[in-house]
Design a protein around this ligand. Structure first.
Ligand code: E4P
Length: 224
């Protein structure tokens, strides 16, 4: 099971990669927009520097035509590094790009997946990760649980090495559902981790333990 951070915010990445067992960082142009008019490649290199060489970094192309997407991919690989996973949306142009990049041995994350059919095509095209958009699927009345379950079955059936990197989450319950239905990885806003680990019930339990310990052994007394 892999947990990734779906953010381009340097402070969030620094903070949450110390707290949680994070295996990578993902972003898209809308996520990058939140950081303002940054020096894009300097920023992506900074993220790589924070997470180190062993974690995966997924960067999305911006162009919408075949030649442009390939140029974006080449720029990302040249200006960041060859290990980056190039995120490509699974539409007519993107699917063609994915096949070209895979022939060249590039790491690919097939993204903007709303349907099983897109996923099946991306698996057949050899994408390393496929990113079904959990919350957005629900918004268009597609059941993401059933879809992810079938994607996982297809990967197994075809003995493919593609992994499901579920994305687009609004809460931890959706993340659980994606993982329980066969996603090997999930990328989420750090806010989801923050909220999930700061529930009032957890805080209450920890306070009760402290209180009970202090009643018997006194304040700030370590175990001895
Ligand atoms: C992954 O990187 C996706 O682009 C992202 O999770 C989409 O999330 P959203 O639906 O919250 O925009």
């Amino acid at each position: 099971m892999e947990f990734m951070l779906d953010t381009a915010n340097l402070e969030e990445i620094k903070h949450y990669q110390r707290i949680a067992p994070i295996s990578g960082v993902t972003s898209n142009p809308s996520i990058v927009k939140k950081e303002g008019k940054i020096d894009f490649f300097a920023h992506m290199n900074h993220i790589r520097q924070i997470i180190g060489p062993d974690k995966s970094l997924h960067i999305q192309v911006v162009a919408t035509d075949y030649k442009g997407m390939l140029q974006d991919a080449k720029k990302i690989l040249d200006k960041v590094d060859r290990d980056v996973f190039i995120k490509v949306p699974v539409n007519e142009v993107g699917l063609k790009v994915i096949q070209t990049l895979k022939k060249e041995g590039v790491n690919v994350t097939a993204t903007a997946i709303y349907t099983k059919f897109q996923a099946y095509l991306a698996i057949a095209a050899g994408a390393d990760y496929i990113a079904p958009y959990f919350n957005r699927m629900e918004n268009v009345n597609v059941d993401p649980r059933e879809a992810i379950n079938q994607m996982a079955k297809e990967i197994k059936r075809t003995n493919s090495s593609t992994k499901i990197l579920a994305a687009s989450f609004k809460n931890a319950g959706q993340v659980n559902a994606a993982l329980e239905n066969g996603a090997q990885a999930a990328t989420m806003s750090p806010d989801i981790i923050k909220h999930a680990l700061n529930l009032p019930a957890i805080e209450q339990a920890v306070n009760d333990f402290t209180h009970d310990w202090e009643e018997v052994f006194g304040e700030n007394q370590p175990i001895s």
